[in-house]
Design a protein around this ligand. Structure first.
Ligand code: NAD
Length: 501
């Protein structure tokens, strides 16, 4: 059995049975049978039915928020605003737009003018979703909903750290009257995830760490299954000389400490121009002192618990490493004594790239500050990373913000705000470098849940035989050569004819 405990108190919350590889195979087989009828429904009908899940979710929002908050140790506003609401919004977006996004697309042919072509989007079959513990609801159901609306069945393997959230998702799904086998949940550790990849699914969407992502990609590669990988982040925040100090400071504190910094797009490193560095750092330290940290069940808190015990040791190791190499501790720096797993919101100043706090993913409430002399220096440091998920730029000059954004190597760059891009389901989300492969959200992600079927047919009545079919003749070669020179050659006639194509 998988036992779930509240990170804020240690209280036992519940347990679920671990699925064996045979259980996983049976789940995929059932999902495949359910998908056959589902995939044949018109897109609009599927969208309409999936909206029932959204309606039931919103009706039962308090229940869902309670489970997420308890099992992750995160404040209830986090659970509502960063998990339940984004799933409701993503469902609405895809339900409204899917018919258009998945409509057959005509392709204009430039040479074969006697033919017509279009692409038809056909569901892949069964999609396996493997998800992490930091946003156990939105990072599992966001992908599941998109895959379902695209016509697939889904088997979800949630994190072993937060199984009860997905139990609740399944309970709400089943209560909507939608086919139970169309969306299933299997539980367990990494082995269950591997069993899912091995069970004949047609696509994997994986969200988790870089090392696991590479193992998942290797398994998918062996089986030639497409996979989308949403992996780690090391988001830099560039604070330009003209940045609004108050807004930038509040953004750093929110972006660095919401969900105890256990966010793949958390602000983890700040490159502040020397003209504002000291003022910005002072204001951030002041705001951190005002943060309320504690058990979300006991009242209003801003920062909750650390969900996964290993993150406490990781945070401690980063602090030790940074202080040993000359960083200055300006706030926090240690785990909280007593009940539950809490790490104090921590600010480290005088950091540099010899320190792991500036180069390795933290996934905890730590933010490192570094003073820079120019925009160029800030961009160079921001790009000095093996990761590239999110990045942030703060400036009062919109053009400068966009100019810098286009030079920072990341999947998304947000100007004068933090984290917000994940809440826009219309926009592609994902990483470059070792932050992942492929994108979730947006039109392309919905199409990626489908096989692309190209259909070609004759524009006019078909002839008995195409001129280029057998038997070949000397005339064919002569005319083909003339035609190629006329269309693709460099002469003026060629360029005129070429323009027609
Ligand atoms: P993890 O890689 O340890 O686990 C993720 C999931 O993979 C879990 O369900 C786990 O059981 C499963 N798993 C483990 N080994 C497996 C294997 N060999 N085959 C198949 N599945 C396997 O990650 P985590 O600790 O749960 O989550 C934290 C990580 O997730 C961080 O690195 C964070 O940056 C990343 N993350 C990325 C995004 C994003 O959108 N890019 C979002 C959230 C979290």
């Amino acid at each position: 059995m998988l036992k779930s405990h509240a990170p804020a108190t240690g209280a036992f919350l519940g347990e679920v049975p671990v699925s064996s590889p045979e259980d996983v195979q049976r789940a995929v087989a059932r999902a495949r049978r359910a998908q056959e009828a589902w995939g044949l429904l018109p897109v609009a009908e599927r969208a309409e039915r999936v909206l029932r899940f959204r309606n039931a979710l919103i009706d039962r929002a308090e229940e869902m928020v309670d489970v997420i908050s308890r099992e992750c140790g995160k404040p209830k506003p986090d659970a509502l605003l960063h998990e339940v609401v984004p799933v409701a919004d993503l469902t609405t977006y895809y339900a409204k737009r899917a018919e258009r996004i998945l409509a057959p697309q005509e392709i204009e042919l430039h040479l074969l003018k006697h033919k017509r072509a279009y692409v038809h989007y056909s569901p892949r079959g069964v999609v396996g979703v493997i998800s992490p513990w930091n946003f156990p609801f939105t990072l599992s159901m966001g992908d599941a909903i998109a895959a379902l609306i695209a016509g697939n069945a889904v088997v979800l393997k949630p994190s072993e750290v937060t199984p009860l959230v997905s139990q609740k998702s399944k309970e709400i799904w089943d209560a909507t009257g939608l086919p139970e086998d169309l969306f299933q949940v299997v539980h367990g550790y990494g082995g269950t995830g591997a069993a899912l990849i091995d069970a004949g699914v047609n696509k994997i969407v994986f969200t988790g760490g870089v090392a696991t992502g590479k193992r998942v990609a290797a398994m998918c590669g062996e089986r030639l299954i497409p996979c989308t990988l949403e992996l780690g982040g090391k988001a830099p925040l560039i604070a330009c000389a003209d940045a609004d100090v108050e807004r930038t400071a509040r953004a750093i504190v929110f972006g660095g400490f919401v969900n105890s910094g256990q966010v793949c797009v958390s602000v983890e490193r700040v490159y502040a121009h020397e003209a504002i560095h000291d003022r910005l750092l002072e204001r951030v330290v002041g705001l951190v002192a005002e943060l309320r940290q504690g058990d979300p069940d006991t009242g209003t808190v801003d920062v909750g618990a650390i969900t996964f015990p290993k993150q406490l040791e990781i945070a401690e190791a980063h602090v030790r490493d940074a202080l040993g190499k000359g960083a200055e501790l300006r706030a926090g720096g240690k785990r909280r004594e007593g009940q539950g797993m809490f790490f104090e919101p921590t600010i480290l100043a005088k950091c540099d790239h010899r320190m792991t706090v500036m180069t390795q993913e933290i996934f905890g409430p730590l933010v490192g500050f570094m003073k820079v002399a120019s925009e160029e220096e800030a961009i160079a440091h921001a790009n000095d990373s093996h990761l590239g998920l999110n990045a942030y730029v703060f400036t009062k000059d919109r053009d400068r913000g966009r100019r810098i954004a286009e030079r920072v190597v990341a999947g998304s760059v947000v100007v004068n705000d933090v984290l917000v891009n994940h809440a826009a389901p219309e926009t592609p989300f994902g990483g470059v470098k070792q932050s992942g492969l492929g994108r979730v959200h947006g039109e392309q992600a919905l199409r990626d849940f489908c096989d692309v079927r190209h259909v070609m047919y004759d524009r006019f009545a078909s002839m008995e035989r195409e001129p280029i079919w057998f038997p070949y003749s000397p005339e064919l070669l002569k005319w083909a050569l003339k035609g190629a020179k006329a269309i693709f050659g460099g002469g003026s006639l060629a360029s005129k004819i070429g323009e027609l194509f």
